[in-house]
Design a protein around this ligand. Structure first.
Ligand code: NAG
Ligand code: ZN
Length: 455
């Protein structure tokens, strides 16, 4: 335990440094808002640029102590220990490490209680994120890795795992109303529910589960809060790097690979194994490109029509994981209304911000991004009809007879009807809600606020 504690403390020093640097870059970004260039070029993924020199030297001292404590640290993941470590690791109270345990045992107790129901569809990820002080993604992933025994199975080093997950969570932009770490945690929680589907659960290998959860957690990492057409028309470097094709998804994947390598999470595995993992992760993350939905949907339909899916085959299981991740990514309208509505408002707010940028720089305003013309109910009914419903109808067919799918279809139809009523009850200009998202100044914590603008 002593060894464990000292490595955590060392980790604390290292993470505090990186938090400090991230705060600097966040503050910098804020000073410069107004310049589209700066806003969009500001990427959390740029951390190697800013702090690699400094981190390098910290890494070394960390590694020395970690080597000694590694074996003891490995199996000691309990929720409580994890959360305390994570608070240290994430530096949310970097200046008063002594007061840690006083601060929020109560919240942690409630969060731990929530985790005992993590597989239920009405899991409130917003509440969970508040109870974990904005660390829902790391906390959830560590818990699920424990549930499945993945740390043991892949002989993962807990310190490296924390470091990797911390980097992933950190690289989501908390100032994005939608594409932030809470969305990633939400998708991960949904993915977990889908992995538990009786049709699937028995057949999945530990590797399938590992990749499914990792892909869910990282699938939008470092999302800039604008879409691909915007990146292309503003000649963003990512658009030319990825040749205008699956630009964001490619970036999410390659960023994930970068963090995997930097954290050395998989460095104990044979090179061909870890390379294969990286490729499969890419194939999963790239499947979330909505513009490829028809391709996936028609293949899925064909399999279901022919009843030829054989989940003994790794390739078929991989295909189903792709579909499951796609479902998890767009499952917001299948949640209970209260949760569903919050996600809808957030995603529309993100669109509107892009529209505001476009207006400001005299560009053509993208579809769905015009706050004056595109109301939340109109955007949502379209999204449900063209994207969500067709996908979940097939998923329902695949998982049948699944109580979860029946529940989701029930919410989906009710929510669609509700948006439809709202759409016809209001003219676009009174459609409420999004304007409140003038982001409040993040309190304390130096720009790490999660932007909980919608209660
Ligand atoms: C990407 O799109 C831009 C703008 O339409 C175009 O100028 C550029 O040639 C395209 N690049 C590739 C690789 O297709
Ligand atoms: Zn997503």
């Amino acid at each position: 335990m002593a060894a464990c504690r000292s490595s955590v403390m060392t980790a604390h020093v290292y993470i505090s440094t990186s938090i400090f640097l991230l705060c600097l870059s966040a503050a910098d970004g804020r000073l410069n808002t107004g310049h589209a260039g700066v806003l969009l070029v500001e990427r959390r993924g740029s951390y190697p640029l800013i702090d690699l020199r400094i981190l390098k030297s910290k890494f070394k001292s960390l590694n020395v102590e970690v080597e000694a404590g590694r074996r003891k640290v490995k199996r000691q993941l309990s929720f409580q220990r994890y959360c305390h470590a994570s608070r240290l690791l994430r530096g949310s109270v970097p200046h008063t490490p002594g007061s840690l345990h006083l601060l929020d045992d109560d919240y942690l107790g409630q969060a731990a209680h929530m985790l005992s129901k993590v597989g239920t569809w009405n899991f409130d990820i917003f509440l969970f994120d508040r109870l974990t002080n904005g660390h829902s993604l790391v906390t959830l992933m560590c818990h699920l890795f424990n549930v499945y025994g993945l740390v043991h199975h892949f002989q993962l080093d807990m310190v490296k795992l924390h470091r990797f997950l911390g980097m992933v969570q950190e690289d989501y932009h908390s100032q994005n109303p939608y594409h932030n770490a809470v969305h990633a945690a939400d998708v991960t929680q949904a993915m977990y529910c889908y992995l538990k589907e009786p049709k699937l659960a028995e057949q999945l290998s530990p590797l399938d589960v590992f990749l499914g959860l990792m892909a869910a957690a990282a699938h939008d990492v470092d999302h800039p809060g604008v879409n691909q057409p915007f990146l292309i028309k503003t000649r963003h470097h990512l658009a030319s790097l990825y040749q205008n094709t699956s630009v964001l998804e490619s970036h999410h994947w390659r960023s994930t690979v970068g963090m995997l390598r930097e954290s050395r999470l998989l460095s104990h595995l044979p090179a061909d194994v870890s390379q294969d993992m990286e490729q499969r992760l890419g194939s999963l993350i790239l499947a979330t490109d909505i513009s490829r939905q028809n391709e996936f949907l028609s293949t899925f339909r064909e399999h279901l029509d022919n009843q030829d899916l054989d989940l003994q085959l790794a390739s078929h299981r991989h295909f189903i994981l792709q579909i499951a991740l796609k479902c998890a990514d767009v499952c917001n309208p299948c949640r209970v209304w209260e949760m569903s509505r919050q996600w809808s408002e957030r995603v529309c707010e993100e669109f509107y911000r892009q529209g505001d940028l476009e207006r400001k720089f005299d560009m053509e305003i993208s579809p769905l991004c015009n706050q004056q013309a595109d109301s939340v109910p109109a955007i949502q009914t379209g999204f449900i009809s063209y994207i969500v419903e067709p996908l979940f109808e097939e998923w329902h067919r695949f998982t049948e007879p699944s109580p979860l799918s029946r529940t989701m279809m029930g919410h989906l139809h009710k929510n669609k009807a509700r948006w439809s009523r709202l759409r016809h009850a209001h003219t676009p200009s009174d459609t409420q809600t999004h304007s409140q998202a003038e982001e409040p100044e993040p309190e304390g914590g130096g720009g790490e606020g999660e932007g909980e603008d919608i209660p």
